[in-house]
Design a protein. Structure first.
Length: 236
């Protein structure tokens, strides 16, 4: 260890630049040690080959937001452990480079019940956190609901408007059949956790529930347990 130095010191000498700038290069994922990316400025090196990417920049990393396909039966917060580079959706169109700091200080937003699957959101972007917290009731959520049983006469219209939960009328919703046992619901101001109760009121039992859209952001192209970045310019 007496012959080793911090990676930040080696990079500062190679560029040359200040120690802080060297740390920014490293934390930005621009530095390789013997061909492998190292993102810890305190990493110690001896005679290893240290390279700085020609595209390296000291610009601060942008805060990111993840769109995850949560599997059914997994608690929402536990689903955060799926946010690892290996689970990135192959078709992610964002073009964002993955770095370790993207996976720090994430907040789970717009909860899904444990039995449900589909679109989950984790973000470190304060603007997204604020919007999905303050405006959650105004965001439309689109759900695909697998059901069993026979719907009561007029049940579809009742799902759209007329149900009262704990004495309070539910906001209007949009409901349509996709197939004999599959409903499509679009909800505002109604939690996905209330959907099984809604279906029970019209003679149906929910067997599976999946969120496929939140506001203007779709789940399309993200397989179960996979994630993608929210694209620059994409809005909920």
């Amino acid at each position: 260890m007496n012959d080793t130095v911090r990676l930040a010191k080696r990079v500062a000498a190679l560029v040359p630049c200040s120690r802080r700038e060297a740390e920014q290069y490293i934390e930005g994922g621009w530095v390789r040690v013997d061909g492998a990316v190292v993102e810890q400025p305190q990493f110690r090196v001896a005679d290893q080959k240290v390279e700085i990417d020609a595209r390296a920049s000291t610009d601060p990393l942008e805060a990111v937001t993840f769109v995850l396909h949560k599997p059914e039966g997994m608690p929402y917060r536990e689903a955060q452990r799926l946010l690892v580079p290996a689970q990135r959706a192959p078709g992610d169109p964002s073009g964002i480079r993955t770095v370790k700091r993207h996976f720090a200080q994430l907040e789970p937003l717009v909860w899904l019940p444990t039995p449900a699957s589909g679109l989950a959101v984790f973000s470190q972007d304060r603007r997204i956190v604020r919007k999905l917290t303050e405006d959650a009731l105004h965001l439309e959520q689109e759900l695909v609901v697998e059901v069993a049983g026979d719907i009561a006469p007029g049940g579809l219209a009742l799902l759209c408007h007329g149900l009262a939960f704990e004495g309070r009328p539910l906001p209007p919703a949009k409901a349509s059949w996709q197939s004999e046992k599959r409903l499509r619901l679009a909800l505002k101001g109604i939690s996905p956790a209330q959907v099984p109760w809604m279906c029970e009121q019209v003679g149906l039992r929910v067997t599976a529930l999946r969120r496929i859209r939140l506001g203007r952001v779709p789940l399309a192209g993200v397989g179960p347990s996979q994630w993608r970045y929210l694209q620059p310019g994409e809005r909920f």
